[in-house]
Design a protein around this ligand. Structure first.
Ligand SMILES: *[C@@H]1O[C@H](CO)[C@@H](O)[C@H](O)[C@H]1NC(C)=O
Ligand SMILES: *[C@@H]1O[C@H](CO)[C@@H](O)[C@H](O)[C@H]1NC(C)=O
Length: 195
């Protein structure tokens, strides 16, 4: 009798165990399908980069007032041959040694398959009164013929591909834009894709 009671109990436990295994198998199969789909499509994470930057004006006077103008071209690139990319929440802060110069934003936009979109920003600062430390920094930059700004921000992107569904990415931009006094960029690499 003892044995029967044990047999009574076991099937439930066993089926529960099997049920759990089925779910595990289902999860693994889904994982494999998604992974195979991923390999078949060979998706590339869309990215943003600065394709052109120029320091148009860098006016600094004896009273310690700074005014700048920059042209910055931000490129959003989608190297996927099979999926459109949708970019949204794009927002970047242009700073100069801790001073916020401008916020660069873009409305949500689409980038077609294997395509890119460029955004031209003309940034004109208001005259900025600098404190002594900042004035020293500016004078040092001018002496060294190297003026550095930083560009930091984020954008989000997502694309939709068959079995994979909608895939989202968060893109981070965090780089230094360096210029000679003549305005030319020193061609520093600035991209959300690390190289
Ligand atoms: C993607 O575009 C490049 C040129 O921009 C072209 O050489 C390439 O063949 C294109 N690839 C596909 C799959 O369309
Ligand atoms: C700007 O200055 C740099 C360094 O002095 C020089 O290499 C570059 O050719 C200059 N660019 C222009 C457009 O004059």
């Amino acid at each position: 009798m003892h044995g029967l009671r044990i047999l009574d109990v076991q099937p439930t436990a066993l089926s529960e165990l099997l049920g759990a295994n089925d779910r595990a198998v289902a999860v693994i199969v889904t994982g494999i399908v998604v992974f195979v789909g991923y390999l078949a499509v060979r998706p590339k994470v869309p990215f943003i980069s600065v394709s052109y930057a120029h320091l148009d004006r860098f006016d600094y006077d004896q009273a310690g007032i700074l005014a700048v103008q920059l042209t910055i071209v931000v490129k959003a690139e989608n190297d996927n041959a099979k999926a459109h990319a949708y970019f949204y929440d794009a927002s970047f802060i242009l700073g100069f040694h801790g001073l916020e110069i401008a916020k660069l934003v873009a409305d949500p936009f689409d980038v077609s398959k294997n395509d890119s979109v460029q955004f031209d920003y003309l940034v004109q600062s208001t005259p900025i009164p600098l404190d002594e430390l900042e004035q020293n920094l500016v004078e040092l930059s001018l002496r060294q013929n190297l003026i550095a700004f930083d560009l930091k921000g984020k954008a989000r992107t997502r694309w939709r591909v068959g079995v994979i569904g909608s895939v989202k990415f968060s893109l981070n931009l965090n780089c230094e834009l360096k210029f000679f006094i003549n305005g030319s960029s020193t061609n520093s690499h600035c991209s959300s894709r690390s190289k």
